[in-house]
Design a protein around this ligand. Structure first.
Ligand code: SF4
Length: 334
C-alpha cells in the first residue's frame, strides 16, 4: 500500500508509518452514511480554491511529514468524542443532566435547489462536534496560539458554525443561533505568554459567536453554491480572487516591513516600520544600527493551499515580488 495512499514520503519515514496514512484520506463528501456534494468545511473555503481543487485535486500531493498536526487534530477529535460520550452517560446516570443528550458528531444532510443547472439539486453535509441541549452549536479546534493573537479564523469559524446551526434547524433541532469554538492551542508557550499581552493566557480558549438565522444562512449557502457553479465555467485566470488583507483576508497576508536593529548583535528587531522612510528616519536619529527589509507574505498560498501552483492570482503576486514561478505538477508524485 505504501506510495499508493495519496501521500508522499519524501523524508523517508518508516514504511509502516507511511502505510498508516492510507486510513487518513477521509473525504466528508463521499464518506459518512451517504454522499454529499459539499461539506460545511468545503463551503467556507474561497471559491477559487474550491474550483481549482476540483480541476487539479488529483495532482495535489501531501507529504506525511507535513501532516503531523492534522494527525494530532484528528486524534484529539476522536478523544474528545469518546470523552463527551462518557461524560454524557455519567451525567444522565447521576441525574444531573436530562435524558435529552447533545448531538455529537452526527453528520447531517440537506438538499437545496440550484435552478438552471443540470444537477438541479445539491446536497450539503456537516458534522458539528456538538449541538448542545441549550441549542448552542459547539466545535473543537486544535490550532496555533497565534490564531488567538491575530483572530485570523473568526470569520471561517463563524460561517462553519452557522452552517451546522442551519443543518440542525433543518433536522428539527431547537437551535439557538449561537455558536462556540473551543480552541486548544497546540503550540502554546508560557514564555511567549509572559512577553506578549495579546498571547492567550492559557492553552485553551473559548470564542462565542452570534450566528445568523437559519434563513439567512440558507441564502448565503444558496449564493455560494451558485457562485461555484458559475465559476466552474470560467478559465483558471478568471476565477474570483481570494481576498487579501482586512477582516475578510483569505490568504493570511502579512505586510512588508522594515526592521530597525539598534545594534548588529541584536537578534530581535528594535522596532518594525511599515515604510522604508520611517525606518531610515529612526536610523538617522539613533545614528547607529541597521535596517532589514522583510517582504510581505501570503502564508496560506505559500504553505497551506494545495492549488497554489495553478493559481493565477498567486502566480502574479510572486512575479510582482520577484519570486520564481512554482513548479506545476503534471502527474501525481508517488
Ligand atoms: S494560492 Fe492563495 S490566492 Fe490562490 S487560491 Fe490559494 S489561497 Fe487563494
Amino acid at each position: 500500500m505504501s506510495g499508493d495512499n495519496g501521500f508522499t514520503n519524501k523524508r523517508g519515514l518508516p514504511e509502516w508509518y507511511h502505510d498508516l496514512y492510507w486510513a487518513f484520506n477521509y473525504d466528508a463528501t463521499s464518506g459518512g452514511k451517504r454522499r454529499s456534494d459539499f461539506s460545511a468545511t468545503g463551503l467556507i473555503k474561497p471559491t477559487q480554491i474550491t474550483v481549482l481543487g476540483e480541476r487539479y485535486g488529483d495532482l495535489v500531493t501531501e507529504d506525511i511529514a507535513d501532516c503531523t498536526w492534522k494527525l494530532l487534530g484528528s486524534a484529539a477529535h476522536s478523544a474528545m468524542y469518546s470523552m463527551q460520550k462518557r461524560s454524557m452517560a455519567r451525567m444522565v446516570e447521576e441525574g444531573v443532566a436530562p435524558r435529552v443528550r447533545p448531538v455529537l458528531e452526527r453528520r447531517m444532510y440537506t438538499s437545496i435547489l440550484i435552478p438552471g443547472t443540470d444537477e438541479g439539486m445539491v446536497t450539503i453535509s456537516g458534522a458539528p462536534d456538538r449541538i448542545c441541549i441549550d441549542g448552542v452549536t459547539r466545535d473543537f479546534k486544535f490550532t496555533s496560539a497565534w490564531t488567538h493573537v491575530f483572530r485570523s479564523r473568526d470569520r471561517e469559524w463563524k460561517r462553519q458554525l452557522a452552517i451546522y446551526n442551519w443543518l440542525g434547524f433543518m433536522y428539527g433541532m431547537d437551535v439557538a443561533n449561537q455558536g462556540e469554538i473551543c480552541a486548544i492551542f497546540r503550540d502554546w508557550d508560557e514564555k511567549k505568554m509572559m512577553s506578549n499581552d495579546k498571547y492567550p493566557r492559557i492553552n485553551v480558549g473559548f470564542y462565542e459567536f452570534d450566528l445568523p438565522s437559519p434563513a439567512a444562512t440558507a441564502r448565503w449557502i444558496q449564493g455560494k453554491v451558485e457562485e461555484i457553479f458559475a465559476c466552474r465555467k470560467l478559465p483558471d485566470d478568471e476565477q474570483p480572487e481570494c481576498i487579501v488583507g482586512g477582516e475578510e483576508d483569505d490568504v493570511w497576508a502579512s505586510e512588508e516591513k522594515w526592521a530597525y536593529y539598534k545594534s548588529d548583535k541584536l537578534v530581535k528587531a528594535t522596532k518594525l516600520f511599515t515604510s522604508e522612510e520611517e525606518a531610515q528616519k529612526r536610523l538617522d536619529v539613533e545614528g547607529k544600527g541597521h535596517i532589514v527589509h522583510r517582504p510581505g507574505e501570503r502564508k496560506r498560498c505559500a504553505g497551506y493551499c494545495g492549488v497554489a501552483p495553478w493559481c493565477a492570482q498567486y502566480g502574479k503576486w510572486r512575479q510582482e515580488q520577484g519570486l520564481p514561478p512554482l513548479d506545476v505538477p503534471t502527474a501525481k508524485e508517488a
